[in-house]
Design a protein around this ligand. Structure first.
Ligand SMILES: [Zn+2]
Ligand SMILES: [Zn+2]
Length: 170
């Protein structure tokens, strides 16, 4: 059966040792395939790519080594957890009254009329009591003076930084 069988009975010890080494290598190979599959499933969302990684690990040792070099550095669970934490942090800041200028992301106070950094208008003062008015308000909540609609103030949505950078100065 093995190449060493030809040496006869006196080499049966060596024979056994070779068989054990071969068995060990096969077990190690199967374990590495399983490990690659399990690890890829924790790091890669696309089942196609998980399949590719597992297929690559069919090449003994080399496949698994290559997978370890090119695999994503983070577990999917960690990525999701970090995103959730960032959302929670943003919500906390908004609750604490932490506001950002919609034009330049500079930190501003809730009642600023103008952004101190980019000098753009943030709010109009009430023409009766002078308190800063949100552009969405139709009436001043402090003195009940009606707000004259100044060309239907556009709704300010928080834009992404990329657009902020690309936006031309007015
Ligand atoms: Zn600004
Ligand atoms: Zn007012």
């Amino acid at each position: 059966m093995t190449p060493f069988a030809i040496f006869g009975i006196e080499n049966s010890g060596l024979n056994l040792a070779v068989n054990l080494v071969l068995l060990f290598l096969v077990v190690l190979w199967i374990a590495l395939i399983y490990w690659t599959f399990a690890d890829a499933r924790r790091r890669i969302e696309d089942p196609m790519l998980v399949g590719c990684a597992t297929a690559a690990s069919l090449f003994p040792l080399v496949g698994t080594l290559v997978y370890m070099i090119v695999r994503p550095p983070e577990y999917l669970d960690d990525v999701r957890e970090r995103e959730l934490e960032m959302q929670a942090a943003e919500a906390r800041l908004a609750q604490l009254g932490y506001h950002l200028c919609p034009h330049c992301d500079f930190e501003v106070e809730k009642d600023f009329l103008r952004c101190p950094n980019c000098m753009r208008k943030l709010k109009d003062p009430c023409r009766s009591c002078g308190k800063p008015l949100d552009p969405l308000w139709k009436v001043c909540p402090y003195c009940e003076t009606e707000v004259e609609s100044t060309a239907a103030a556009p709704r300010r949505a928080r834009r992404r930084r990329v657009e902020d950078v690309a936006e031309p100065t007015q």
